[in-house]
Design a protein around this ligand. Structure first.
Ligand code: C5P
Length: 221
């Protein structure tokens, strides 16, 4: 158990994965379980922070002592992040946000028609929430943290992404069989805008969460 080094701080954590609806019964989604984001929310609360958890579709119960806002799509998550970040000391974007959404939403269920090939699904880009909040901080000392799940050239891609997004910290993890998505454990490297790199060995998602808050608390101090 850490010191209550986040007492008096407001932190915002996004968790889970957005769902982008095609029609009333179908969506485009991803494999994020929300477990890493929930671990971040629980550990920040244990360290004394006021926590707003923006939760995109995980099948997890609300953690105690945390304000939970449920969201569905990337556009809804963006609205919730902008609102919650207004007075936040730190924003951690652990959610897997869909890069694209269907261009059109069918208000009735899309039907298959005999003898007809399915129509292609047209996509449009979603807003990049992390880049937007990094570039428009509601307060200059606000710490912004992103996550990056990569399958190849993990560190090189992570360093490029940290620059491109403009955040202070980027947690990079390798995605693979039994790794990261849905798992209880994680393994990562936390890249910082100042060039430092903090490896976090394979272990419970709480361990990675504590390391993220150590690095955030050091920057807020
Ligand atoms: O670009 P990529 O999706 O790999 O970046 C991942 C990071 O950016 C995560 O922190 C995720 O929450 C955030 N993100 C975002 N808005 C998007 C896509 C990703 O905030 N549209």
């Amino acid at each position: 158990v850490r010191e209550p080094d986040l007492a008096g701080r407001h932190v915002v954590v996004s968790a889970g994965g957005t769902r982008e609806p095609l029609d009333p019964v179908r969506f485009l989604g991803n494999r994020s379980s929300g477990k890493q984001g929930y671990a971040l929310a629980r550990t920040a609360a244990a360290r004394g922070a006021r926590v707003t958890l923006l939760s995109a579709n995980p099948s997890l119960p609300d953690p105690a002592g945390v304000d939970v806002v449920r969201v569905g799509t990337a556009v809804e998550l963006r609205e919730a992040v902008l609102r919650a970040a207004a007075d936040a000391d730190a924003v951690v974007m652990a959610a897997a946000v869909a890069d694209f959404r269907p261009a059109a939403y069918a208000t009735g269920k899309i039907k298959k028609k005999d003898g007809q090939e399915p129509a292609p699904i047209a996509l449009v880009r979603n807003p990049d929430i992390l880049a937007e909040i990094s570039g428009n901080r509601s307060r200059p000392e606000q710490v912004v943290v992103g996550f990056a799940a990569e399958t190849d050239d993990v560190l090189a891609n992570g360093r490029a992404k940290l620059k491109r997004k403009g955040c202070d910290l980027l947690v990079v993890n390798e995605v693979g069989e039994r790794k990261t998505f849905g798992a209880e454990e994680n393994e990562a490297v936390v890249l910082a805008a100042d060039g430092s790199e903090t490896p976090v060995p394979y272990g419970p998602k709480e361990d990675l969460a504590e390391t993220v808050w150590d690095l955030v608390a050091a920057r807020l101090a």
